[in-house]
Write a protein that binds this ligand. Structure first.
Ligand SMILES: [Fe+2]
Length: 265
């Protein structure tokens, strides 16, 4: 089975990710050795001036592909960006959408909350056939405080990407609990390492895969680690399961049905 990591900062000296080619190569080795088959490279695009590095990113991306081949590391690479949300967000650059497919793009909110009117902005994209993938919602304070906002986004056509480290406790217990809550409601559609280096924020999703297989089963794991990302990289349609409202997660739904059985329903 293919294991897709759709969020990473792997190329050297672009943003706060990898610092050198040595570090980049250590990262991709780590990814391959832990079972990842596909990595999407998604450097931060926060200010307009960040796009000045677009050509450098495209060149380094091609160079990394060559390094992988020379070093016999069978890892497929995809190119996109992590777009910082703003009301005038546009998808006019080659790296704006994954593999320049004109459709799926990764977007992040500020950690402190959910920007005003972003629902309207996302709606404009969606009616225009463009699909936002929201990066690490489980780390966003607005969603942690009110997880139903995640459900609302998904209902409106936004897809959600979880960070692997959120499940392993890398960002603390509050984020881990939020991640589990979203996962249990089947509101997560992709997993990314958000890998920045080969030490504290590695290019690894394997631990999250093991947790998700255990907790949610193989069918769902196959969708979010293989089927959905494959379609997102190729620009194909993604059909998700109907999301469950947060209050009706499997454990709660199960205990409710036990309760109804006890009552003789
Ligand atoms: Fe990131």
């Amino acid at each position: 089975m293919q294991l897709f990591d759709i969020h990473s900062h792997t190329l050297p000296k672009i943003d706060d990710g990898s610092n050198s080619w040595d570090e980049t190569m250590a990262m991709v080795r780590q990814a391959h050795e832990t079972g990842t088959t596909d990595v999407a490279i998604t450097h931060h695009m926060i200010r307009r001036s960040d796009y000045d590095k677009e050509n450098e990113i495209i060149e380094k991306f091609a160079a990394l592909k060559e390094h992988l081949e020379k070093n016999d590391i069978p890892l497929n690479l995809h190119l996109g960006a992590e777009l910082y949300y703003s009301p005038d967000l546009e998808l006019t650059h080659k790296i704006s959408t994954y593999n320049n497919n004109g459709r799926y793009f990764l977007v992040e909110f500020p950690m402190q909350g959910i920007p005003r009117y972003c629902d309207d902005k996302f709606f404009e994209f969606i009616v225009d056939g463009k699909n936002p993938i929201l990066a690490h919602p489980e780390r966003n304070l607005g969603i942690i405080r009110n997880p139903m906002r995640a459900y609302d986004f998904v209902q409106k056509g936004v897809l959600l990407q979880m960070n692997a480290g959120s499940l392993t406790g890398m960002y603390g217990e509050t984020v881990r609990q939020a991640a589990l809550q979203l996962l249990d409601a089947r509101l997560i559609h992709f997993v990314g390492s958000d890998g920045h280096n080969n030490t504290k924020r590695p290019l690894v999703i394997r631990d999250a895969y093991d947790i998700i297989i255990q907790r949610c089963g193989e069918t769902y794991a196959t969708k979010i680690f293989q089927e959905f990302p494959w379609n997102a990289m190729s620009g194909n349609e993604i059909t998700i399961d109907e999301p469950m409202p947060i209050s009706m997660t499997p454990e709660k739904a199960q205990s409710k049905s036990k309760f109804l059985k006890l009552l003789g329903f």
